[in-house]
Write a protein that binds this ligand. Structure first.
Ligand SMILES: Nc1nc2c(ncn2[C@@H]2O[C@H](COP(=O)(O)OP(=O)(O)OP(=O)(O)O)[C@@H](O)[C@H]2O)c(=O)[nH]1
Ligand SMILES: [Mg+2]
Length: 299
């Protein structure tokens, strides 16, 4: 038997907003690491998740959806975060939605061409592709646009054909020993994951009313004598009027958000957590370089 060399490297998961990049990351890792919502522009940060298999280690990088049109400084930072992850990757996983290719997808593809990395085409949401016969011509039209090294149609949500992807990615990674210790899952702190869990619950509850400039900051995390974790978090919005929306009638929305966030936090920390949420206003923070940096937006 010949020894096959170990492979390891970075794979950037890129695509326009809402195609299912974060869902894909979570499905591949079999854990909820990146937040997901039906709204576009949910992911705002680079999220690293490590996948270890016999013979290879993939450092998967979930990225904000590359988008057109947003004029806030936060939009620029998100696009820059995605573009940097793309430029730093060994292999690119270009995620598109089955049977849908938009001007934003086109723009992402141009960036992939510019980066010059081997790219795998991931056609997600095949569960929604009806009739199925339309998938083949759709894929053919995309493979005409770029010499993708592999094409993997799958459904990240329904976990259909997902196991094929790590193998396809690994083939194109450089020969290298593992870059991270086998027990490591991510490079993101529990504090960061806490802010993201709270932001996800807000995104889910607020849907259409979600203020664009909403972000979460942890003020304190203290252990109580009986072993519980007390977390104090601030939800920042940009205008006084948005406060009432986030708080809800009689504080109902905030209570609901707190309840569902606590459920996830108990799981994350493996113990009971107590969560206190405050809503505060910082005018137009999404256009302030200083505020963006202090809230951890580091594109
Ligand atoms: N039907 C179907 N829905 C999916 C699939 N994958 C993801 N979704 C849904 O698509 C929506 C967006 O998913 P996300 O994973 O947040 O998408 P994203 O590409 O990370 O979006 P941004 O972070 O905004 O760039 C969510 O409602 C998911 O449940 C899939 O395979 N099939
Ligand atoms: Mg995402």
């Amino acid at each position: 038997m010949t020894d096959t060399p170990h492979r390891a490297g970075f794979v950037a998961i890129v695509g326009r907003p809402n195609v299912g990049k974060s869902t894909l990351l979570n499905t591949l890792l079999e854990r909820k690491l990146s937040i997901v919502s039906p709204k576009p522009q949910t992911t705002r940060h680079r999220i690293l998740g490590l996948l270890n298999r016999p013979g290879f280690q993939i450092a998967l990088v979930d990225t904000p959806g590359l988008h057109l049109g947003g004029r806030r400084m936060l939009n620029t930072v998100m696009n820059r975060t995605a573009a940097t992850s793309l430029a730093d990757a060994d292999v690119v996983a270009f995620v598109v939605e089955a049977l849908r290719f938009t001007a934003e997808d086109e723009k992402v593809l141009q960036r992939i061409k510019g980066a010059g990395r081997p790219a795998i085409l991931v056609v997600n949401k095949v569960d929604r592709a009806h009739p199925r016969e339309r998938l083949l011509p759709f894929i053919a039209s995309l493979t005409e646009m770029h010499p993708f090294v592999e094409v993997v149609p799958l459904s990240a949500l329904k976990k259909d054909n997902v196991t094929a992807l790590p193998l396809a990615l690994a083939k194109h990674l450089p020969e290298s020993p593992p870059m991270f210790p086998p027990e490591q899952v991510t490079d993101r702190s529990e504090k960061f994951q806490t802010t993201e869990i709270i932001r996800e619950k807000l995104t889910m509850r607020l849907q259409q009313e979600l203020p664009y400039g909403l972000t979460v900051e942890i003020e304190r995390m203290d252990e109580t004598e009986d072993g519980r974790l007390e977390i104090g978090a601030v939800i920042w919005v940009e205008r006084e009027g948005q406060k009432a929306i986030v708080i809800g009638e009689g504080g109902s929305l905030l209570k609901e958000v707190g309840r569902s966030a606590r459920y996830d936090l108990n799981k994350l920390f493996g113990r009971r957590t107590h969560l206190e949420l405050w809503v505060k206003v910082k005018d137009n923070w999404a256009d302030s370089a200083i505020a963006l940096r202090s809230f951890g937006y580091d594109g």
